[in-house]
Design a protein around this ligand. Structure first.
Ligand code: DGY
Length: 323
């Protein structure tokens, strides 16, 4: 029987590409250039499976085709707000993602940002590299102590829980969470966490707020001027989830006028373009979407896609089906 034809939209770790090419009739993206909307639409009509990732915007327009050949979008990544789900549903497509395997590494990056912005590590690094450091002095780049402070976690899924584990057990932080649904007492008890009923209740209590909720239209600009105004004037905001969750103009104003202490961002609205208003904020640490960027996580993500595809084409339920 002919192997299913699958299209990989970006370069993947070599070990995964090798296995994928053995198991499937795989077309790889050796140039690693993102596909255009038209190319993505063509892919849906000429492959049995398309393997997209966060840089592929598969919009409602991409699904505006008579009859796709693709029956599955096996996404490389846990977040899938770049895929228009009603469009995929309209063609009866299966969509899968890659949860679990990147949770620890993404929480590590959230903790990295939290520490960097609180301890002014970004400012310090910029100063050293620019040759501006004049030596130790008691008042130089004085930051904020992290240990023992209160961390608010917005979205208490796998990554949020990993963040809580690091912050509570590593840094003795008090954890408050806000989540769409009620979190079970057993899960909260692992970090002695409490659950706030709303964001309005969470924001004013926290010294740090870390975002771990999904992106997409439902959470677009969840963190806006009103929410930023509810934060303590010296509190810090961390985002490793999706850029669109924060109104970046509102954030740049809060940073510029120092109505909050600072922010650490790994994701941006419309990335890789960075809103110029953010560029001049010194109390901001920015990373280029590195959450899952470890060899271990990126390989595990690829193998998870492979498992999902193998199950799907063998007529079994893929373990990570999200639709
Ligand atoms: C994801 O998995 O959704 C990330 O943002 C890419 O690692």
């Amino acid at each position: 029987m002919a192997k299913p034809k699958v299209l990989v939209t970006r370069r993947w770790p070599a070990a995964v590409e090798a296995q994928l090419s053995e198991a499937f009739d795989a077309v790889l993206n050796t140039d690693d250039k993102p596909l255009s909307e038209a190319e993505l639409r063509d892919a849906l009509t000429s492959y049995d499976a398309v393997l997209p990732t966060v840089t592929d915007k598969i919009s409602a327009k991409s699904f505006d085709i008579a009859k796709p050949q693709a029956r599955i979008l096996a996404n490389y990544g846990v977040g899938y707000s770049h895929i228009d789900m009603p469009g995929a549903a309209g063609h009866g497509m299966t969509v899968t993602n890659t949860p679990d395997v990147l949770s620890e590494c993404t929480a590590d990056i959230a903790m990295t940002l939290l520490l960097m912005v609180a301890r002014r590590a970004g400012e310090g690094e910029r100063e050293v590299r620019a040759g501006r450091w004049t030596g130790w002095r008691p008042t130089h780049l004085v930051g904020t102590k992290v240990s023992g402070k209160t961390l608010g976690i917005v979205g208490f899924g796998r990554i949020g829980q990993e963040m809580a584990r690091r912050a509570h057990h590593g840094f003795g932080m008090k954890i408050v969470v806000q989540n769409r649904s009620r979190v079970s007492p057993d899960i909260l008890a692992r970090c002695n966490a409490t659950q706030a009923d709303s964001l309005e209740e969470l924001m004013p209590q926290c010294d740090f707020v870390s975002l771990h909720c999904p992106g997409g239209a439902a959470n677009r600009h969840l963190i806006n001027t009103r929410m930023l105004n509810l934060m303590k004037p010296d509190a810090f905001l961390i985002n490793t989830a999706r850029g669109e969750i924060i109104d970046e103009l509102a954030l740049s104003r809060a940073l510029w006028f120092e109505t909050i202490g600072g922010a650490g961002l790994d994701v941006f609205d419309g990335e890789p373009r960075i809103n110029p208003d953010l560029m001049d904020c010194d109390n901001l640490v920015m990373l280029p979407h590195l959450g899952s960027a470890t060899r271990e996580a990126r390989e595990a993500m690829g193998f998870r896609v492979l498992d999902n595809l193998t199950d799907f084409f063998a007529g079994r339920e893929p373990r990570d089906r999200v639709m």
